[in-house]
Design a binder for this molecule. Structure first.
Ligand code: ADP
Ligand code: ADP
Ligand code: ZN
Length: 217
């Protein structure tokens, strides 16, 4: 199964990606996670990416494409993959098409998780992430059973520096300008599937499973 997840910041891509990747035994490739890991480790890439992520703008296309191209060459992508947060521009989408064409493969679905702009800020600002295992929580919609620590591993929960109201608004603006045109792009290539992302987390997942495997409900 070769999938991409489209949707504005806070739509629920990462949350759904974890469950979908597990169910279909495919790697979950989040470009945002790759940048955050590099920032944490202080690599050259991390040093370049930090101020861009903090500002809510996009990392340059050539840099992101190179990272994804390398990642897709790895052995664990042989049976498929789930791209979360890539592509984010038409240039990136075209590059991905070229990469896949060169290997004679294509996408099964581009899943567009649709959420009204009005609730995105609340979703992103309330997001909390485990420092140790990366699990995602929400202060209201998916609170950890332990106060202030991860219910899975006990790790400390933190808020992404770009999950403040001002930067989230900027990211939504960037999404509308740069990424939303991909919806038409994938509609034209016949792989677009739209999912209502405003329902509770379990119901959104059920809809995605219904799409990917009819007997999975
Ligand atoms: P994205 O990867 O698209 O930015 P996330 O999956 O990290 O989004 O979700 C953003 C925040 O919203 C997280 O705190 C998550 O727990 C919460 N969330 C995700 N899906 C839902 C949903 N269907 N209903 C309510 N809250 C959700
Ligand atoms: P979101 O919750 O907004 O979907 P991500 O974790 O996917 O957040 O991305 C966080 C940031 O990482 C983006 O605001 C952007 O700066 C950078 N980034 C992630 N993926 C890409 C990409 N495909 N192209 C350019 N920048 C990216
Ligand atoms: Zn954890």
């Amino acid at each position: 199964m070769r999938l991409i997840l489209l949707g504005p910041p806070g739509a629920g891509k990462g949350t759904q990606a974890v469950s979908v990747a597990k169910e279909f035994s495919i790697p979950h490739i989040s470009t945002g996670d790759i940048f955050r890991l590099n920032i944490k480790q202080g690599t050259q890439l991390g040093l370049k990416a930090k101020s861009i992520l903090d500002s809510g703008l996009l990392v340059p296309d050539d840099l992101v494409v190179e990272i994804v191209e390398d990642r897709l060459k790895q052995e664990d992508c042989k049976n498929g993959f789930l791209l979360d947060g890539f592509p984010r521009t038409i240039v990136q989408a075209k590059s991905l098409d070229t990469i896949l064409n060169n290997s004679n493969i294509s996408l099964n679905f581009a899943i567009n998780i649709q959420v009204d702009k009005s609730i995105l800020v609340e979703r992103a600002v309330g997001r909390r992430i485990c420092k140790e295992c990366g699990a995602t929580y929400h202060v209201l919609f998916k609170p950890s059973k332990n106060p202030d620590s991860c219910e899975l591993c006990g790790g400390e929960l933190y808020q992404r520096p770009d999950d403040n109201e001002k930067t989230v608004s900027k990211r939504i603006e960037v999404y509308l300008r740069e990424t939303a045109p991909l919806i038409e792009y994938y509609k034209s290539s016949g792989v677009l599937a739209t999912i209502d992302g405003q329902k509770p987390i379990d119901m959104v997942l059920e809809e995605i499973f219904k799409l990917l495997r009819k007997d999975k409900v």
